[in-house]
Design a protein around this ligand. Structure first.
Ligand SMILES: *[C@@H]1O[C@H](CO)[C@@H](O)[C@H](O)[C@H]1NC(C)=O
Ligand SMILES: CC(=O)N[C@H]1CO[C@H](CO)[C@@H](O)[C@@H]1O
Length: 732
């Protein structure tokens, strides 16, 4: 049998219906031009009221059109990738590269150890030769509880890995598997084994959760592993020595599972932390892992996953190396990015956390325009590329010729040599954080790291299989979601306004169309001003009796109606085509608005403040556990307020403001109905009415709901005051 040499290991396909999309784009373009024509030819004269409001509206529309141009640009040429794992296996099964998997966690209260080890176990159980697999956990919380959980996981893996093979378990996170799986029928012996493993898992989980709740390690457990001694001198999570424990040494012939098969290497690392040294957040942790792993297993490929993103597909590694090992294209590939997908979404996805449109349309679009960005989790890199290597044509790797470097040292010597690599001072006067490893100095370090790799000449690949490779936990409250987006948009905009901007760093290094596509994401925050303007000014003008749109009987209404209708219809079509519901789309529209009015606004503001030298950007982790009450409401898709936050004050104020303006405006046109005043205000009334309609959950939260998730009284009072004040100011 031939090994079908010459056939590629992956194919790339273009999206269908591109002509239709181009047609849509041209139509919108024409509509927008007509709107501009109207705006320019109807500017109110100097002495008329509303001249400035008009000009402001025009500027907002200019911004929207520019941003629409970016979104369209991203969508022009989406591509989709498909792999051939059978060909890979035939050709290379014996020559697979070694893989190091990095899992990062930062705080045992926000990221419970029981969840972390489920991720760890799921990646240990990849369908891949175990001697070529190493799993590293970086614990920036320096928590003995996480270490204890890892110790438990290292023991449980000896049962779990053979169990996965025997029962063809999918997904391989025990929690996710046992949550839905039912006991297999058939042989009683099999059923018995299945039940006993389930029981073992549940016992382990209970032990970990009890210990976590207690917050300390019992004397009994303390004696079980020498590693616990490290915590005897631990001052605090911000001030401690490096803790490095190799829990399973894959080279050790005695490290086998219950069936006698070898096990992947498993390492726990809490890098050194000292108050006088900046730790550089996750980028710092990743760089420490890069150095430590280079001494222990030195895997050629590196996968990094967030601790809440378990592997949902045991073949993802094989998928990824199809790209790296392809004979024609593989040597150009720098990294392979999987999408971020979530398991605990509700049907209509009330906070629009699914990222479906980004995952299914925009990232394939980026891939078509030159390569997706690196989004921090679920990404496979080649080690040397992550460490700063430039692309050249001679970079072709002969995977069959690669010899594995053997590490001779004993485990304790190895642990000692590696500790130095994770110390605070190691990076002083080196290129780490600059030319090597992940870059420092930005809250979204992943984006600039990916961009830098592309600028060094490497191609990146976006791979979005039907069955998702990694599943995480989506935010379950409105505030979490808004804060998360604030962080993203702020960091993105910070990149745009720095020397890492794709137009500066990528100049002549990546295609212009990719530079523009990056900007689509980097300019999220900049949308806030135009949106806020559109939400506030037309409504206030309605209250005051200033018309800003053409009369309903005027034919200039047509371009407005056409653009709004076609644009939204396209958005709805796209959303539903990729598995959304109608209600889900409506929720998505609402979140679109809320993000722009709050997250992006604060992200933008913080950037401006930072540029002026005021505040420093701080990294907030989003909580991944929720109490019962909150998750109950989440399941019922009731919007969660419940905390006082300036974000909510803004949302509530604007919702009330629109309600007041709507009532005021209606009264005005009804009073003057015989003069056909309503004709001049129809579009403004519609806009205002639409905003009220989309804000219904806010009015409920303000006035109707009595549960803990309703709007706090302080927010209600403040927002009523502000809204009345704004209306009064605009009237007088
Ligand atoms: C996760 O994997 C399971 C099978 O193991 C599959 O049924 C499910 O569809 C996957 N989830 C996603 C979101 O792809
Ligand atoms: C961490 C978290 O909030 N998980 C929730 C995800 O959603 C499911 C139901 O959809 C809940 O049961 C989990 O508690």
């Amino acid at each position: 049998m031939g090994d079908n040499n010459g056939l590629p290991l992956f194919v790339t396909k273009s999206a269908k219906g591109r002509i239709l999309f181009q047609l849509y784009a041209i139509l919108i373009c024409v509509g927008v031009c007509l709107i501009f024509l109207y705006r320019l030819s109807h500017i109110p004269r100097r002495e008329e009221a509303g001249r400035w409001a008009w000009i402001g509206l025009f500027l907002s529309e200019l911004w929207f059109s520019f941003y629409w141009f970016l979104t369209t640009f991203v969508r022009l040429n989406p591509i989709y990738r498909y792999t051939f794992k059978d060909r890979l296996s035939l050709r290379y099964e014996k020559f697979f590269p070694s893989i190091d998997i990095f899992v990062c966690t930062a705080d045992p209260t926000i990221e419970p150890p029981a969840m972390v080890i489920n991720t760890v176990l799921s990646v240990m159980a990849y369908d891949y030769p175990p001697e070529k697999l190493s799993v590293y956990l970086s614990d920036d919380g320096g928590s003995v509880l996480t270490f204890y959980a890892m110790l438990e996981a290292s023991r449980f893996s000896k049962i779990w890995l053979p169990f996965c093979k025997k029962f063809k378990v999918e997904p391989r996170s025990p929690e996710a598997y046992f949550r839905t799986a039912v006991e297999p029928l058939g042989e009683p012996a099999m059923a018995k084994e299945w039940t006993s493993v389930k029981k073992l898992y549940e016992d382990m989980k209970k032990r970990i959760e009890t210990t976590t709740k207690l917050g300390l390690i019992s004397e009994e457990i303390y004696q079980e592993h020498k590693g616990f001694k490290e915590w005897t001198w631990l001052a605090s999570k911000r001030d401690h020595q490096t803790i490095l424990q190799i829990l399973i040494d894959g080279r050790d012939p005695n490290a086998v599972d219950i069936e006698g098969q070898s096990l992947p290497t498993l390492v726990y690392l809490a890098r050194e932390k000292r108050p006088q040294y900046h730790h550089n957040f996750k980028a710092g942790a990743m760089n420490a892992l890069l150095r430590v792993s280079s001494k222990i297993s030195d895997g050629l490929i590196i996968l990094n996953v967030d601790c809440d993103m378990y592997s949902n597909n045991s073949e993802s590694v094989r998928d990824a190396i199809c790209f790296f090992m392809d004979e024609e294209e593989g040597h150009k590939v720098g990294f392979v990015q999987f999408p971020q997908t979530f398991e605990n979404l509700t049907k209509n996805d009330v906070y629009s956390s699914s990222l479906n449109v980004i995952n299914e349309v925009e990232l394939p679009g980026l891939d078509g325009n030159g390569g997706p960005c690196y989004i921090g989790s679920g990404c496979f890199h080649r080690r040397e590329i992550l460490c700063g290597k430039n692309y050249s044509k001679e970079c072709k790797v002969d995977w069959k010729r690669l010899t594995k470097r053997e590490v001779e040292q004993s485990i304790s010597v190895l642990e000692e040599t590696c500790k130095v690599l994770a110390s605070c001072t190691y990076e002083e006067n080196t290129q780490w954080g600059k030319e090597m490893g992940l870059k420092y100095g930005c809250p979204v370090e992943d984006i600039i790291t990916g961009l830098a790799i592309q600028c060094r000449g490497w191609r990146s690949i976006y791979f979005n299989p039907k069955r998702k490779g990694f599943l995480g936990v989506a935010p379950t409250t409105l505030l979490q979601s808004l804060v998360q987006h604030k962080r993203w948009s702020e960091g993105d905009f910070q990149i745009f306004a720095s020397r890492y901007s794709p137009f500066v760093m990528g100049y002549k290094k990546i295609p212009l169309k990719l530079q523009f596509s990056y900007c689509y994401f980097l300019l999220w925050a900049a949308n806030c001003l135009a949106t806020l303007y559109y939400v506030v000014v037309p409504s206030l003008c309605l209250l005051r009796g200033i018309s800003l749109f053409p009369e309903i009987s005027n034919s200039w209404v047509l371009p407005f109606a056409f653009v709004i209708f076609v644009h939204r219809a396209y958005s709805l079509g796209e959303f539903v085509f990729f598995g959304g519901t109608l209600q889900g789309w409506w929720n998505d529209q609402r979140m679109w608005l809320y993000k722009r009015m709050t997250s992006y606004f604060f992200g933008f503001l913080d950037n401006i403040l930072r540029l002026l030298g005021f505040s420093k950007s701080a990294f907030v982790i989003t909580a991944k556990v929720a109490d019962d009450d909150v998750s109950q409401r989440y399941k019922q898709e009731i919007m969660e307020f419940g905390a006082s936050s300036p974000m909510f004050t803004i949302l509530a104020t604007l919702a009330l403001l629109n309600a007041f303006c709507f009532i005021g405006g209606l009264m005005r046109v009804i009073a003057d109905v015989e003069n056909l005043v309503w004709e001049r205000f129809t579009l403004q009334i519609l806009l205002c009415g639409m905003l009220i309609f989309i804000n219904l959950p806010i009015y409920q939260g303000l006035f109707l709901r009595k549960d803990n998730g309703s709007m706090p009284t302080s927010v209600t009072c403040q927002s009523i005051m502000f809204a009345i004040l704004a209306c009064a100011l605009s009237l007088y």
